[in-house]
Design a protein around this ligand. Structure first.
Ligand code: SAM
Ligand code: SF4
Length: 336
């Protein structure tokens, strides 16, 4: 008779959601200061010793993979400011069970690092791009760099890091007059542009309420350009809803954390740069995995803790438009 090891069962939370996706923040630092994400002066950065080492991340990923995690996303802060990132990608690509490693980046350093990253096992990239205008880029990101980002997107398409997804935070009065230009951009290349609703966090409460545009409004405005048809979207499409234009060229998506709840399809948890497992992007509950690793706990014990934590993964977030989310930290600190 074979004994069933319940701890080997795939990670599932109390609402029967299968968790197979781990988002890993490798740093809280960034080379941009997007107005909706970080203050101009930066944050109180995490001390170097408090960051998980590559070896610690690799070990945790091995434990997650043993309970069914198959997809990883490396994020930050800006992940490419962490030294030697391709080495981490190579280590994670070699973990048994890991099928996909994606990167979320602002694109500033991507073009030069892309060949090494792809060679190490990176499968996909998401690049953030909130404007196609250089003067505006500097106003929104508080640093220059549009040329680098555009070149990185083209290089990613050429390198086959498909589907290349562009994330654009839509903001009334700041970039919403570019919705049409972004639609054209998506139709001219093999990329999916996804408009994200602005989420209120501590750093942007000054602009969040006025600048918020719902995904439905974005779709309405896109429909005025040309008829939109719902499409399946690229593989690994996560929380986005995708649309194509009637002539079949270009893909546009919307990610609507506030207006259109995607929590019921949530399949992910997040590891912060300082080693905490966050069960929901919003909300405070977390599990201190760095503490467990550094206290010398065994893989089995850590796996047990992770499985048990799934029982307190919240059913949904309760963030609402215009609400002062005073308890929330900056998005980058959370490890978006
Ligand atoms: N630095 C990388 C980047 O910008 O892609 C990765 C980290 S960033 C926190 C991940 C994504 O979160 C980006 O697409 C960014 O635009 C988005 N983001 C950050 N703050 C946000 C906010 N307040 N509302 C909506 N999206 C936000
Ligand atoms: Fe940096 Fe990304 Fe935050 Fe912009 S959104 S400040 S690029 S972490």
């Amino acid at each position: 008779m074979k004994t069933i090891d319940l701890l080997d069962a795939p990670l599932t939370d109390a609402f029967a959601r299968r968790i197979d996706y781990l988002r890993i923040s490798v740093t809280d630092k960034c080379n941009l200061r997007c107005i909706y994400c970080m203050p101009a002066e930066g944050l109180a950065w995490i001390e170097r010793d408090e960051l998980l080492s590559f070896e610690e991340i690799e070990r945790l990923v091995g434990i997650f993979a043993s309970v069914g995690v198959r997809k990883l996303r490396i994020s930050g802060g800006e992940p490419l400011v962490r030294r030697d990132l391709p080495r981490l990608v190579r280590m994670l690509a070699a973990v048994d069970g890991i099928e996909e490693i994606a990167l979320s980046t602002n694109g500033i350093l991507l073009e030069e690092r892309l060949p090494e990253l792809m060679d190490a096992g990176l499968t996909r990239v998401n690049v953030s791009l909130d404007t196609l205008r250089e003067d505006r880029f500097e106003a929104l990101a508080r640093r220059p760099g549009l040329g680098n980002v555009l070149a990185a997107i083209d290089a990613s398409v050429r390198a086959g890091a498909r589907p290349v997804k562009i994330n654009c935070v839509a903001m009334r009065g700041r970039n919403d007059d570019e919705i049409e230009a972004f639609a054209r951009y998506a139709r001219e290349r093999d990329v999916a542009v996804r408009f994200i609703e602005l989420m209120p966090v501590r750093e942007n409460l000054g602009i969040a309420a006025d600048a918020y545009i719902s995904a439905e409004e974005i779709l309405e405005r896109l429909s005025a350009i040309d008829a939109l048809v719902p499409v399946a979207g690229p593989p690994g499409n996560g929380p986005a809803r995708y649309f194509g234009f009637a002539d079949g060229v270009g893909t546009i998506g919307v990610i609507s954390p506030l207006s259109h709840d995607y929590c019921e399809r949530c399949n992910r948890v997040r590891l912060t740069a300082d080693g905490r497992l966050r069960l929901c992007l919003f909300g405070e509950n977390h599990l201190d995995l760095k503490g467990a690793l550094r206290a010398g706990e065994s893989d089995e014990r850590i796996r047990e803790r992770i499985s048990a934590s799934m029982l307190v993964k919240p059913e949904r977030h309760h963030l609402r438009v215009g609400e002062a989310a005073s308890q929330m930290r900056a998005f980058s600190e959370i490890g978006g």
